[in-house]
Design a protein around this ligand. Structure first.
Ligand code: AHR
Length: 666
């Protein structure tokens, strides 16, 4: 006979198993029961539902996406030598051996253009470009150097271009032979031996005399799709990974300008790059707390490139144009109604540029730039964040002109900078009366606001305009405060809010977080979805929330309810559900904004579901946690699994979590 001690492990095992079973059954009896109707499509989810808002703010274009590494390459800044250093020049005595550069204004090839006239008195003279807070170069990579030069006097026969680190050490170099007094373009490839985050480009000269220089440019060869003088590959990759439904460009307030003559004019951003006029970036001194006086727009990233990028990513292009009103937070300068003609022509010509036949004026330019096929533009935005009667008056004229020539183009109108209040109410009312098709709403609000407003669209007029939530982001401190953080509380609150947009996908057809990108040293506005420096980039927690939605938009909206009611924050729970008809998958998004885990039994009705469920979980118990260059994916989706049995999915949703379930339907 076995002693009681010999039987103990078995008894313990039995006891433990009973306890676990008991806990599980207790858990399920405490669980909240949700029901998904997987059979009835409540609305088609538009492929444009989750997209990208791009604006050249925070060095997002020059110094960011546009991979040019030389700042002020053609000496066009207001102070034309901005970005250029001449460490050994002695402007007072011009010592033997030194030299000096002076900017000359001259009408070259019909465009206003500056160039630099350099007087070289000997081999001490150096011309350096500091880049955009330095230049990021990577060991083993090749860089394309190009410049225009004309030797005007003396015996200058060569230019040596060196990439140097902070201590002046050369990490790559090439020498160009130069000759002749006519302008010529010279090119060289520089191979880099060491990775440097803050390199500079140094030019020195062989011989003495006078040489004119212009368009001094340095690009990595390893760009997005390997395009010459193209875009930064790592940054575009982050955008492409979102699988965006649309790309809105070029902003934002940059469209409007602080004054009308500084508005964004797309026609000045197309054609040969060297002919594109520079413009002061409107964000350069907008905020006293983040002045960036060296922030200009070279327009190397112009409208052709935006269309091409949209095409690359399979995103619908959505250009927004000035409607003849400068930023109302600045001057509010207005074009008189009887002088709106050129602004309307800009809109009509843009449609021709994007879609017109190659024998039309603007279609031909698109073709000459390398894209004879149309870009299939379907949307155009009239004004950015305008408000009041002046806007409505102008919008009407644009809408009529666009629709009469291009009835199939959807015109996007704006409702101002705020999601409520007098300006918003007025704009919405007027636009509804005018049967506006798609209205852009903006909301920069606290995380609480996002959690409390998941029902925002539930009562919107189903016969009114469709909604484009064109700019939104939770602000951890206050609108555009420099102390705002891309923390988990903000991202989680946005995830909760987005269930509300998704539940209303019958009227909310486009959404985008804003702003998109920020250079860690060149930013003006925070929070931003992606942060980068000259070598690397990371997506914030907000980026990964956007990615979870954008990678799983589904095709059909389903209902997910508790006791017949949508989940809009009751006991901290938010939910939405969609079906992907192409893959026959049910996608459930659940957000728990509370600290405690929640036990859930999800009853899937109207379709058979059994087996493994794929999960993606974003979770952190620290609401102030952020991603960073050091920990770029600290808060990001982690893949896992759950089980569905006979249509019942029992799950424990962690506290402060956003979980996405993909259930294969049979
Ligand atoms: O996203 C930053 C700015 O916020 C946009 O330019 C403007 O539209 C809004 O006020």
């Amino acid at each position: 006979m076995k002693s009681i001690f010999a039987l103990l492990p078995g008894i313990l095992l039995l006891f433990t198993a009973c306890s676990v079973n008991k806990l599980q059954s207790q858990a399920s009896s405490n669980a909240r029961t949700l029901t998904v109707d997987a059979e009835t499509s409540r609305a088609a989810i538009q492929p444009t539902m989750y997209g990208i808002f791009f604006e050249d703010i925070n060095f997002a274009a020059d110094g960011g996406l546009y991979a040019e590494m030389v700042k002020n390459r053609s000496f066009e800044f207001t102070l034309p030598k901005t970005g250029w250093l001449e460490p050994n020049s002695d402007r007072w005595s011009m010592n033997e051996g030194s030299g000096i550069g002076a900017v000359v204004k001259e009408d070259r090839s019909g465009k206003k253009a500056n160039y630099l006239k350099v007087i070289v008195k000997g081999d001490k003279y150096q011309l350096l470009n500091e880049g955009f807070r330095g230049m990021g170069v990577v060991a083993g990579q090749q860089y394309d150097l190009t410049l225009q030069a004309a030797v005007q006097a003396g015996n200058i026969s060569g230019i040596t271009a060196q990439i140097v680190d902070g201590a002046g050490k050369v990490v790559g170099q090439a020498t160009l032979s130069v000759s002749g007094s006519a302008w010529k373009t010279y090119e060289a490839v520089i191979s880099v031996a060491e990775t440097v985050e803050k390199a500079q480009l140094k030019l020195t000269f062989t011989g003495k005399g006078e040489i004119d220089l212009d368009m001094i440019s340095l690009f990595p060869q390893d760009t997005w799709k390997g395009r010459k003088k193209g875009m930064r590959k790592d940054l575009v990759q982050l955008l492409d990974d979102l699988q965006p439904g649309f790309l809105r460009f070029p902003g934002g307030c940059i469209v409007e300008g602080r004054t009308l003559d500084r508005r964004y004019q797309w026609k000045k951003t197309v054609g040969p790059v060297e002919d594109r006029e520079f413009l002061i970036n409107r964000w350069n001194t907008e905020f006293d707390h983040r002045p960036t006086p060296d922030y200009y727009q070279s327009f190397g990233l112009g409208f052709f490139e935006y269309f091409q990028l949209s095409e690359d990513m399979g995103a619908e292009p959505l250009p927004i144009l000035s409607c003849g009103m400068a930023c109302q937070f600045n001057t509010g300068e207005l074009v008189p109604m009887d002088e709106l003609g050129p602004y309307i022509d800009d809109a009509l010509d843009l449609i021709e540029f994007a879609n017109g036949a190659v024998n039309t004026e603007w279609g031909k330019l698109r073709s000459d730039m390398g894209h004879p096929e149309p870009f299939n533009l379907k949307y155009i935005g009239v004004g950015n964040e305008q408000w009041g009667e002046d806007y409505i008056e102008r919008y009407k004229v644009f809408d009529a002109a666009i629709k009469s020539k291009y009835p199939d183009i959807t015109v996007v109108s704006g409702s101002g900078p705020f999601p409520d209040g007098e300006m918003f109410e007025y704009g919405m009312e007027e636009l509804t009366k005018l049967n506006a098709e798609l209205v852009d709403e903006h909301y920069y609000r606290s995380p609480e606001w996002f959690r409390q407003n998941a029902t925002r669209y539930d009562d919107y007029d189903r016969n009114g305009p469709k909604i484009f939530a064109g700019e939104y982001a939770a602000q951890s401190v206050a609108i555009a405060s420099p102390d705002n953080k891309n923390n988990w509380e903000c991202a989680l609150s946005e995830a909760a809010y987005m269930t509300g947009m998704e539940r209303n996908a019958d009227i909310v057809v486009m959404t985008s977080y804003a702003p998109l990108m920020a250079h860690a040293e060149g930013w003006q506005w925070t929070p931003d979805m992606i942060w980068f420096n000259n070598l690397s980039a990371y997506g914030t927690a907000n980026y990964y929330v956007q990615k979870m939605y954008a990678n799983h938009p589904g095709t059909d909206l389903l209902s997910i309810t508790e006791a017949g009611k949508a989940l809009t924050g009751q006991n901290d729970l938010y939910a939405s559900a969609v079906r992907n008809a192409a893959t026959n998958e049910l996608i459930i998004k659940l957000v728990n904004t509370g600290a405690k885990a929640q036990e859930l039994s999800i009853n899937i009705k109207g379709a058979k579901a059994n087996g493994t469920v794929k999960t993606l979980t974003m979770v952190s118990d620290a609401l102030d946690a952020v991603n960073s260059f050091e920990e770029p994916t600290k808060i990001s989706p982690v893949a896992g699994q759950a089980e569905v049995s006979k249509g019942m999915l029992n799950t424990s949703l962690p506290g402060y979590a956003f979980v996405l379930y993909t259930v294969k339907l049979q």
